[in-house]
Write a protein that binds this ligand. Structure first.
Ligand code: SGN
Ligand code: CA
Length: 521
């Protein structure tokens, strides 16, 4: 072989090796993608991986896959159990009083710092599809299409950088279509991405998609022990709320027992955002599912406890049917990632803005510091980092998400963020300084929808202290002895020491999180 040829071959081999090494290094250095799937009002008790009372009647196999292949957070909580505020906390890593979004009537100041902006600045492509609920236009995203306000289930409107448009179909599938379309066609495959896929479902008024309208018709949904709670041994707030299945839940819009010929029914906003949006074909399917139920309901003439029981079943059938579509669409995303070789280097999360009452204490909705609405589902899959099938017991909060996403991406978190990255927890390590208590503050308050009085409080692994400051009342629960929070022990001398300790802890947290004096009683 001539020298020139040998040199050429050696040169080519060297180049090949160099480019292979480069490819390996580039691969190792590619920060993981992040897929955040977030639903609205999905109770922890309605995710079968959590093992609650609905696990057999309403399994969520696709969401459970994330737990099986990743981690389930057994103790995952929110800071302020209501939609917009939770979303603002996720973005900013700040409590409501600092990110400026305390209740659903606020408008998010999109000029402030948040994690999506920071990821974008460091080379991530960022996208959000679905429920937004922060009033102002999204900032920090390369691509976005969001529902206006609460959005619609059928034939929903979307706000986009080019203006408003209406899509034909069912919202959960449409949001997923948009997300998958972005992954497939619009992103730059050479850059890491972070996408937020945020469902409207299963929010009130629980309108199931066309394929699931009758999915739970023949299923008896187990009742909670506290469906007929009389709120004895509790504070005033539990008695003053307006979120009970008995008194608050509406037969026509919530439970779909419309009197379709009645002008007063047709005039309601609920008709206009719900049944009134269906096209002819959709209306046929809807009527075929609900007309027999309406007839049976009228014939039965139910009252009292029997009526509450019927309302509970009816409500839960629709709620769970909405979740079925969410679960199937989580499956579509997981399948897409696997089919495109994206599953290995992508961290997938499933969560909900907050949890929800499924008849516990006779309620639907959320807002209270009590367990069913303080908790929220959180599951994560991160191949090669999270040991499949693992469980986290450490108390995490939605406040921690921004810093967690930033750490995953290798981007430093701003000093002022108030959470703690739970990346170490995902790795199976609990840092020595991990939180032993958490702060909660609900602002939307009395006189607003559902009339839940303002309160703040602290929860430790065992106890909970809440201050309903506009009522001037305190509540204290021993979660180990009384997990359903049926007995306020605030005045019980046996607990005076623990109450005093929690008051000190509450003061410490209020100072740590820089709560202004004006929020104090
Ligand atoms: C609407 C609902 C309430 C719900 C709030 C907030 N009523 O007001 O039941 O609590 O939204 O929900 S409805 O008649 O419009 O359904 S949140 O999830 O957006 O915070
Ligand atoms: Ca919500």
């Amino acid at each position: 072989m001539g020298q020139a040829l040998r040199r050429m071959i050696a040169g080519a081999v060297n180049m090949l090796i160099a480019s292979l090494l480069h490819a390996v290094a580039a691969h190792a250095a590619t920060p993981p993608n992040i897929v955040w799937i977030y639903s609205d009002d999905h109770a922890q008790n309605a995710v079968s991986a959590y093992g609650g009372r609905l696990k057999d009647v309403a399994p969520t196999p696709n969401i459970d896959r994330i737990a099986k292949e990743g981690m389930i957070f057994r103790n995952s909580f929110v800071t302020n159990s209501i939609c917009g505020p939770c979303r603002a906390v996720i973005l900013t890593g700040l409590h409501s009083h600092l990110n400026g979004f305390r209740d659903n009537s606020d408008r998010f100041d999109g000029s402030q710092q948040h994690f999506a902006k920071l990821l974008r600045q460091s080379g991530y492509q960022t996208a959000i599809y679905g429920k937004w609920h922060l009033e102002s236009e999204p900032t920090g995203f390369d691509a976005w299409e969001v529902l206006p306000g609460q959005g619609h289930y059928y034939n929903p409107d979307f706000l986009t950088p080019e203006g408003k448009k209406t899509e034909h179909g069912y919202v959960t599938g449409l949001i997923t279509d948009k997300a998958l379309n972005w992954l497939e066609e619009k992103r730059d495959p050479d850059k890491p991405f972070m996408i937020m896929i945020q469902h409207k479902a299963p929010h009130r008024e629980w309108e199931p998609g066309p394929e699931h309208l009758t999915a739970f018709d023949n299923v008896h949904i187990p009742e909670p022990d506290t469906l007929f709670d009389d709120y004895a041994n509790r504070g005033s707030a539990a008695k003053l709320q307006d979120m009970s299945i008995d008194k608050t839940m509406l037969l026509n819009s919530d439970l779909k027992m419309w009197d379709k010929a009645k002008a007063s029914d047709q005039k309601t906003p609920a008709w206009q955002r719900g049944y009134g949006r269906l096209d002819e074909e959709q209306r046929k399917q809807w009527d075929a599912a609900y007309d027999p139920k309406i007839a049976a309901f009228r014939a039965a003439n139910l009252e009292g406890e029997a009526l509450v029981r019927w309302k509970y079943q009816r409500y839960m059938q629709d709620y769970l049917a909405c979740i079925r579509a969410v679960d199937e669409n989580v499956g579509r995303v997981l399948d897409y990632l696997a089919a495109h070789g994206l599953d290995k280097n992508t961290v997938v999360f499933y969560s909900s803005d907050q949890s929800f009452y499924l008849g516990e204490h006779g309620w639907f909705d959320k807002r209270f510091i009590y367990e069913e609405s303080l908790r929220t589902p959180l599951l994560a899959r991160w191949p090669g980092v999270i040991v499949p099938g693992s469980e986290a017991q450490a108390m995490v909060q939605n406040l921690d998400c921004a810093e967690t996403f930033l750490e995953i991406a290798g981007v430093p978190a701003p000093e002022n963020m108030q959470g703690q990255s739970f990346v170490p927890i995902m790795k199976g390590e609990r840092p020595g300084d991990w939180r032993k208590s958490l702060y909660y503050h609900y602002y939307e308050g009395e006189g607003q929808v559902h009339n839940v009085y303002r309160h703040y409080g602290v929860r430790t692994e065992r106890y909970k202290l809440a201050h309903f400051y506009t009522l001037g009342e305190w509540e204290f629960y021993d979660l180990e002895k009384d997990p359903q929070e049926m007995k306020n022990e605030y005045a019980n001398p046996d607990y005076s020491e623990q109450v005093a300790e929690l008051k000190v802890e509450l003061d410490r947290l209020r100072a740590l999180y820089r709560l202004p004096e004006m929020d104090a009683p």
